[in-house]
Ligand binder design. Sequence first.
Ligand SMILES: *Cc1c(COP(=O)(O)O)cnc(C)c1O
Length: 419
Amino acid sequence: MRLEELQAAEQKLLLPTYERNPLLVTGGEGVFLQAEHGVRYLDLLSGIGVSALGYAHPVITAAIQAASASVLHTSNLFFHEGQAALALRLTEASGLNRAFFCNSGTEAWEAALKMARLYGTMRRGEGAALGTRFLAMEGSFHGRTMGSVATTHKEKYREPFAPVMPEVDYIPFNDVAALEAAWSNEYCALLIEPIQGEGGIRPVSQAFMDAARAVTQRTGGLLVADEIQAGFGRTGKWFAFQHYDVAPDIITVAKPLAGGLPLGAMLCTDEVGRAMQPGLHGTTFGGGPLACRVAVAVFDEIERSALLAHVTEVGAYFEQRLAELKQRHPQIVDVRGKGLMLAIELSDALDAKAVLEQMINTHHVLINRTSETVLRFLPPYILKAEHVDLGIAALDASLRHLNEKQLQAAAQTGGTIGD
Ligand SMILES: *Cc1c(COP(=O)(O)O)cnc(C)c1O
């Protein structure tokens, strides 16, 4: 089917959930996607931070082939070798002790919320004074299921589905004074993204992270870090919280975990894990043999090819090239992020959507935007400096083109007024 036919069919058959770009993906290899008519796109988004090893990576292909020749699904009623193998790697890499596997980011976050409530229930049973409320951040995004939207700040995602889960409060991002004023033992958990993703690639400050650990420790509440976008190598460390000298009680992981297959995980300490009992939580598909085997293969490949060091290095180069671009284009007002989780903020004078269209349609470079003004880059970890140069050249040309167009428009309006 061609793009136009697909668009017509989807318009009739699917819920209008997405505003898709008019691009029909037909294949991919490395950091490039192939689209209709053989057009090649440099992918600086990797399916919203999912395809960490790019496309058609031989390690992933081999793991899928091996797993698919055996049992694809066992349910969680029986043992298979994958979950313990993956949990061992994730616990060693994170310093947390226990894992629960599921199928997506939002499910990992739901597991974290339930775990925090469960821990609170257990601690109250042990005589502790610990409430049931959650304290979350303005600008947060934690997913689309009911608990996740209840802890997601943007009203657009929450209000149409009201009433969502109650007992969630928000404080301004990175506001230490607001945190210290708001926090009390009414809260069972403080919810943060070490680097806000959908909120515009905003890293938590060291001071805020320190305060977050200190206040929660004071009351016995939990520090819960959503690492679904920033975790599993994206920032050059296994987990984004490791850039700070702070250990959370619970973290969630998903997007790049199985290199493109759906898989999520919630990791917690032994202390928190004490609260779980058989039958209190579960999933039919979560942590299946295929997804776990592929995730272990991705993990091994990140280690074998020293991709964490590579992400740090190529990420720093990317950031430096963006900073150079900022010198030449006053429309770029900020460059931020860590490793290969980067963004530029544009001045209000420029529409991020117009830049995006230039990048995709004219220069065949895939990126996306998190708001009207923020362009986001989440490329595969295998990105090379030469790919960064291609992306930067495309961005440079896109900004110059839009600038000239604006100047022309201004000149024309000026002329009309002058007449
Ligand atoms: C994407 C994302 C989620 C939701 O993950 P899904 O797999 O889409 O459910 C939650 N938290 C963060 C920080 C994310 O980036």
